[in-house]
Design a protein around this ligand. Structure first.
Ligand code: FAD
Length: 457
């Protein structure tokens, strides 16, 4: 029987949950506090230019995200630039050049390794041993440890750690290897490098802004299926009614609620429900610690173009080299000709420099490592630091599941746990979307059986 559900939060998790509910024939209302959909992956406007709150990269392994983008009527081939797996530093910068050819997996990795420049034989052998060992272990780690410990255990050379593992770990988990969960890192590696499908390891860069790529299309889908998306609608309180339904502070009464906000906002909403069964989930949310990500946009003359759409940079904070990757936005969207986006993951130290000095240091780093003096003088810069971009993805982290502990109240967001430890993902778009889909299924299943759904771990 069709029910009416509320989804609080119009980020990628909330949009995914609402699409799934609408697809199943339920009436759904999405409440989004902001004026733009997308949450931590959304469009912003600066200096008259449409940008994102942070430069994002997706992986071919993001199967749920790509499925829902298509279901929402979007064409990923048109809206996303797909690059083969690569780690390409500027020539002469002491980095490496590793590009996987379009060959079937795992041949593409073996070939890329064979051809990689900037790595010695010992580096290549140690990477090969690592990947063989991971396959042999079924990409599973029974006892979690830090990524640094894992790399040490598998004798990864200094060059490999510095040029490949360190930047990959930062990009995937937004947590430095010395603090990052090896188990979650391996989960991501399994689904990308270890997948049978070569395209799972592709690196996907949105050509359009993030709100347009999915959340706005999801809203259209929800409305076409009879649902509603309310913008500028912040829900401050929820109340359980004696008949098992829920009342929101706008007066609406629904059969079930999916709280699809960030963990901080979810903890505060759940506290207001005053039900001891929620204490465990609230405690787990409150124990998560935030990690920042900064994106520095630098606009140059429209004629400025880099050799590649995505270039890895060696971060060396001791030399004021903070940038880790630079994206040439002009190669993604002609309206962005001359616009570069430099990403700094786990950026709390970098952000302490202050906006002006950090943007200046990044421009100087680009000019130095790309050996192009003109890059030291951008026309304008915009630095966006998201202080709570993700949670720190540390070993053996206790994350709440989708079930809140109370029937009819379900959690969705990048911070929730997977079905089991092999599906735990870092705070990413794919984690948010998977969580949204799982939350929709849980709230429907709970409505049928009257049960709470899978317990948190
Ligand atoms: C700068 C940056 C770079 C990133 N880079 C990458 C990347 O390259 N690849 C990747 O996969 N991931 C990346 N991420 C992570 C990714 O963006 C997040 O994991 C994902 O967007 C989280 O989605 P969510 O729906 O779980 O939560 P959110 O995006 O936080 O959505 C929650 C929504 O709820 C709304 N809300 C909150 N409280 C209320 C309320 N009371 N009532 C109504 N609405 C409310 C908020 O306004 C928000 O829109 C990055 C994140 C940042 C910030």
């Amino acid at each position: 029987m069709a029910k009416h559900y509320a989804v609080i939060g119009g980020g990628w998790a909330g949009c995914a949950a609402a699409m799934e509910l609408a697809r199943a024939g339920h009436a759904v209302t999405v409440y989004e506090a902001a004026r733009t959909l997308g949450g931590r992956a959304r469009r912003v406007e600066r200096e008259g230019t449409i940008l994102d709150n942070g430069q994002h990269i997706l992986l071919g392994a993001y199967t749920e995200t790509l499925r829902l983008i298509k279901l929402a009527g979007q064409d990923p081939d048109e809206l996303i630039l797909s690059l083969p797996l690569q780690m390409r530093y500027p020539p002469g910068a002491g980095g490496m050049d590793f590009v996987a050819p379009r060959l079937p997996a795992p041949l593409h990795l073996a070939w890329a390794l064979l051809r990689a420049k900037g790595l010695q034989r010992a580096d290549k052998l140690s990477l090969m041993r690592f990947s063989t060992a991971m396959r042999w272990m079924g990409w599973q780690l029974y006892n979690d440890c830090t990524v640094s410990e894992l790399l040490q255990r598998f004798d990864q050379t200094d060059a490999l750690c510095r040029l490949m593992w360190h930047p990959l770990c930062l990009a995937a988990l937004n947590t430095p290897p010395e603090r990052a969960s090896a188990r979650v890192f391996i989960n991501v590696l399994r689904d990308s490098l270890g997948a049978r499908r070569r395209s799972a390891s592709d690196m996907l860069i949105p050509k359009t802004d993030l709100s347009a790529l999915f959340p706005q299309a999801a809203a259209r889908y929800i409305e076409e299926h009879g649902g509603k998306v309310s913008m500028g609608a912040k829900i401050a309180a929820l109340q359980a009614l004696p008949d098992g339904r829920w009342q929101l502070d706008d007066g609406g009464i629904v059969d079930g609620v999916i709280v699809a906000t960030s963990s901080v906002q979810a903890a505060s909403l759940l506290q207001g429900v005053h039900d001891a069964r929620l204490d465990d989930a609230i405690a787990k949310m409150q124990a998560l610690t935030p990690e920042a990500i900064s994106t520095c946009y630098l606009q140059y003359d429209a004629k400025v173009r880099l050799d590649l759409p995505l270039t890895a940079l060696l971060d060396a904070p001791e030399n004021q080299h903070w940038g880790q990757f630079v994206f040439d936005r002009g190669q993604l969207d002609t309206r962005h000709a001359g616009l570069l986006a430099v990403v700094i993951s786990a950026s709390s130290h970098a952000a302490e420099q202050g906006h002006g000095p950090l943007a200046q240091a990044i421009a100087a780093q680009l000019a130095h490592v790309l050996q192009r003096a003109e890059l030291a003088q951008p026309l304008w810069t915009q630095l966006i630091t998201e202080k709570r971009a993700t949670f720190a993805c540390t070993p053996d982290l206790l994350r709440p599941g989708n079930a809140s502990g109370v029937p009819g109240l379900v959690l969705a967001g990048d911070y929730t746990a997977g079905d089991d430890r092999t599906t735990d993902y870092p705070a990413t778009i794919e984690a948010a979307v998977r969580s949204g889909v799982a939350a929709a299924r849980a709230v429907c299943a709970g409505a049928k059986t009257g049960k709470v759904g899978k317990a948190s771990k």
